[in-house]
Design a protein around this ligand. Structure first.
Ligand code: CMC
Length: 436
């Protein structure tokens, strides 16, 4: 970390001695004030629930400028990566820090391709779930269970174990998501096919049956690949911070990633794509475009808990660059499928336009995020709504594992252990039950 010449001074109005705090400079983005010695020197903690002003680590992976609406993976703008690279190249970039050259790419693709099968026993484990279980419940279990199947890559302090675990996780997630889907619809599992690309293979495992092979449509394969790229990493969001915190105890990589899957499920995070599509379907049932005004009134009503799903972001206070790319992909996919007049897409665009002109959203800097259009794309491809977040988890796995590796390799890393402001009862004595 680069120390700044500037220092912060913390002073107290009760006459306690003031404290000088070092400041570190990032290569871009806000500086940070180092408060690590604060408690030892002052006996006080900082208070920041929700981490509104707290950098929990230093990182070289992803940078977001929320005011500009900019997202960089290892310095490269997301727009360029989405246009010029495929998902596995982006995985290489996130894990190893650089885009691969042709030779590195071929090697990496081969490694991932030859790790896509899962231990055959996994399917018997999967069969223990109810068929109507939510795919994210199944995925949380399956990913956690990987640590029971791959003992030779569970030592998080061994760099080689971590690399093998990374390859396994990236390679096996599509297989597991497709298995979770097939199990839910009662169809036989489809094994991976090594001649296909990562994304085409996923589509085939999802949509082929033993009776009929699946011819991947290039536009749809490119769309799903783009969904993967756009969701691959996003700095220290809730699920990534969960993976880091979980992994900080020294647990194995599969267990840490399973924790990330569980966190991602929530509707304020990865579950928003499912919630957004459900919202659009509900407005459509109410009467479609004509009912947008009524819906927006509900969202703005302080007494209602209705939110415009797929809108708003803790970091972006401008248009999420991923939402722009996703809207473009939406046009391409619906065009390729002859669904240009898809009523939900029209509804989504009309709702977006109204919200972007409404003072409620403007004053709060609420813009569409990546999940606003991704559900429409996935639905058009044939992915069921309940599987949307599992597709997000598949894509985010590479980000989680890159961040976990970065943390373990950081000489300053310690087990994560936040403190608290205690506001409960002070010490008291237990009374006999007859006197309580
Ligand atoms: N609809 C209506 N009002 C909203 C929305 C929304 N989607 N998002 C924020 N607000 C309002 C909120 O009520 C608050 O208003 P006020 O100042 O009057 O109390 C203000 O905007 C600030 O909101 P906040 O909840 O304090 O902001 P946050 O940074 O804690 O929350 C968020 C960020 C993403 C959880 C929130 O915007 C939200 O719930 N959005 C809908 C869910 C969603 O689309 N999530 C996906 C995020 S992107 C993908 C990912 O990261 O997984």
């Amino acid at each position: 970390m680069t120390p700044s010449d500037v220092k912060a001074t913390l002073s107290f109005s009760d006459g306690s001695p003031s404290m000088e705090l070092p400041i570190y400079r990032g290569s871009i983005g806000p500086d940070v004030i180092d408060i690590r010695k604060l408690y030892a020197q002052t006996g006080k903690f900082t208070y920041d629930p929700g981490f509104l002003s707290t950098a929990s680590c230093n990182s070289t992976i992803t940078y977001i400028d929320g005011d500009k609406g900019e997202l960089l993976y290892r310095g490269y703008p997301i727009e360029q990566l989405a246009q010029h690279c495929d998902f596995l190249e982006v995985c290489h970039l996130l894990i190893y820090g650089e885009l691969p050259n042709a030779e590195q790419r071929a090697k990496f693709v081969k490694t991932i391709t030859y790790h896509t099968m899962v231990n055959e026993q996994m399917q018997f484990f999967l069969r223990g779930f109810r068929r109507d279980a939510h795919p994210m419940a199944v995925m949380t279990g399956l990913v956690g269970a990987l640590s029971a199947f791959y003992h030779d890559s569970t030592d998080v302090h061994n760099a080689q174990h971590r690399e093998i675990a990374a390859h396994r996780l990236i390679a096996k997630m599509p297989t597991l998501v497709a298995m979770a889907y097939k199990y839910g619809v009662g169809q036989p599992f489809i094994y991976p096919k090594n001649s296909l690309s990562y994304s085409a293979n996923f589509m085939r495992m999802m949509f082929a049956t033993p009776c009929e092979d699946y011819e991947p449509n290039e536009v749809l394969v490119r769309a799903i690949d783009r969904i993967f790229i756009l969701h691959a990493d996003h700095e220290q969001n809730a699920s990534t911070s969960t993976v880091r915190l979980c992994g900080s105890s020294g647990t194995n990589p599969f267990a840490a990633i399973a924790a990330g899957v569980a966190c991602l499920w929530g509707p304020a995070h990865g579950g928003a794509n499912e919630a957004c599509l459900t919202m659009l379907e509900d407005i459509q049932k109410m009467g479609g475009v004509e009912k947008i005004g009524e819906f927006v009134r509900q969202v703005k009503d302080k007494n209602s808990s209705v939110r415009l799903m797929g809108f708003g972001h803790r970091v972006y206070k401008n248009y999420d660059p991923r939402a722009k790319l996703m809207r473009e992909t939406c046009h391409e996919v619906l065009g390729a499928l002859g669904l240009q007049n898809d009523p939900l897409f029209k509804l989504a665009m009309a709702l977006e336009k109204i919200a972007l002109e409404d003072d409620y959203f403007v004053s709060r800097k609420l813009y569409p995020n990546v999940d606003y259009y991704s559900g429409i794309v996935q639905r058009a491809i044939g992915i069921p709504v309940s599987l949307f977040t599992a597709v997000f988890a598949l894509a985010r796995t590479v980000g989680w594992i890159a961040q976990l590796n970065e943390m373990i390799g950081d000489a300053e890393y310690k087990i994560g252990r936040p403190r608290q402001l205690f506001v409960g009862s002070t010490r008291r004595d237990v009374k006999p039950i007859s006197l309580r």
